[in-house]
Design a protein around this ligand. Structure first.
Ligand SMILES: NC(=O)c1ccc[n+]([C@@H]2O[C@H](COP(=O)([O-])OP(=O)(O)OC[C@H]3O[C@@H](n4cnc5c(N)ncnc54)[C@H](OP(=O)(O)O)[C@@H]3O)[C@@H](O)[C@H]2O)c1
Length: 234
C-alpha cells in the first residue's frame, strides 16, 4: 500500500517529500512541523478549521530559517493527502476524524502518536478509546487502506518545540508494514537527534501508547521533560 515513490531503486528508504499532520495546530504538531520544515520537508498542518491552520502555519513559519521548506495550513483533508500523515490529535474523536478521511488516506503511511489517557489526582494512566485494543489499531480499522505505524508517544511537545535543542532520545515505532515503518523511521531521523527504533508489530501499539503515561508521570515527579532510550542496540 506504500507509495512506490518512497522506495529507492536500491530498496533503501528516504523520507517523504511532504508530511501532513492531522491536528497540526496543537502542541505536538508544532515542533514536528517546524523541525520537519527545517529539515527540508514540505509540511501541511491540518485542522478542523482551515483558517485556524493557516494562521498557525504563518506563526510557525515566522520562527523558521529562510532555508526551511514550506509549512502551510489547511483542512485535515489536505494534510491527509500527503504520503506520510501524522495523527497528532486527542484519542477522543480520532477514530471518527480518520474514518472521514479514509479515502484520502488510501495508500498513505499513517503515523499515530495518539495515546489514550485518563488523568486523576494520582496523575495519568493508560486508557482505551472506542473499545479498541489501541488507538493505532482503531485508526487502522477506520482507514483500512493506510499503513499504520504507531510512534512518537514519548517525545515531549515541549522539547520538540525548543527548536535549538537536539533531541536526546529514541522514538519507538511499531507496525505491520515494513515499508511504512522504514518511511516513518526516515522521517523521525530528521527531527534533529531523535533515533527511530522499530520494535515490532502493530499489536504492541497499546504498550507504546501506555508509555506516555509513564513519561508524563515521571516528568511530573522529576519536574522535567524526560525522553526514552533503549540501550544495547549498537
Ligand atoms: N503533547 C505531547 O507532548 C504528546 C507527546 C506524545 C504523544 N502525544 C499524543 O499526541 C496527540 C496530540 O497531542 P497534543 O498535545 O498535540 O493535543 P492537543 O494540542 O490537545 O490537540 C491537537 C489538535 O487536535 C485537534 N482536535 C482537538 N480535539 C479534536 C477532536 N475531537 N477531533 C478532531 N481533532 C481534534 C485540534 O486541532 P483543531 O482544533 O485545529 O482541529 C488540536 O489543535 C494526543 O493523542 C497525545 O496523546 C502528545
Amino acid at each position: 500500500v506504500t507509495d512506490p515513490d518512497l522506495t529507492h531503486h536500491d530498496g533503501r528508504h528516504h523520507p517523504p517529500s511532504r508530511i501532513g499532520i492531522l491536528g497540526g495546530t496543537g502542541k505536538l504538531g508544532r515542533g514536528l512541523a517546524q523541525r520537519w520544515a527545517t529539515a527540508g520537508i514540505e509540511v501541511v498542518i491540518g485542522s478542523r478549521d482551515a483558517d485556524r491552520a493557516d494562521t498557525r502555519a504563518a506563526e510557525l513559519t515566522a520562527d523558521l530559517p529562510a532555508t526551511a521548506a514550506t509549512l502551510r495550513g489547511g483542512a485535515n483533508a489536505e494534510a491527509a493527502a500527503a504520503p506520510l500523515v501524522v495523527a497528532a490529535i486527542p484519542a477522543e474523536g480520532a477514530g471518527e476524524l480518520v474514518a472521514g478521511l479514509a479515502d484520502t488516506l488510501d495508500g498513505a503511511v499513517l503515523l499515530s502518536a495518539v495515546s489514550p489517557l485518563t488523568f486523576d489526582d494520582r496523575g495519568p494512566q493508560p486508557s482505551t478509546v472506542d473499545s479498541a485494543p489501541s488507538a493505532a489499531e482503531l485508526l487502522a480499522a477506520r482507514a483500512p487502506g493506510a499503513a499504520v505505524v504507531a510512534g512518537l508517544h514519548t517525545t515531549s511537545s515541549a522539547v520538540l518545540g525548543r527548536l535549538g535543542t537536539t533531541l536526546d532520545e529514541d522514538v519507538l515505532l511499531c507496525g505491520d508494514d515494513e515499508d511504512a515503518l522504514a518511511t516513518a523511521a526516515a522521517a523521525v531521523d530528521l527531527l534533529g537527534g531523535a533515533r527511530a527504533v522499530t520494535v515490532g508489530p502493530l499489536r504492541l501499539a497499546a504498550t507504546l501508547e501506555a508509555t506516555t503515561a509513564v513519561l508524563i508521570s515521571a516528568n511530573q515527579r522529576h519536574r522535567t521533560h524526560a525522553g526514552l532510550r533503549l540501550t544495547g542496540l549498537g
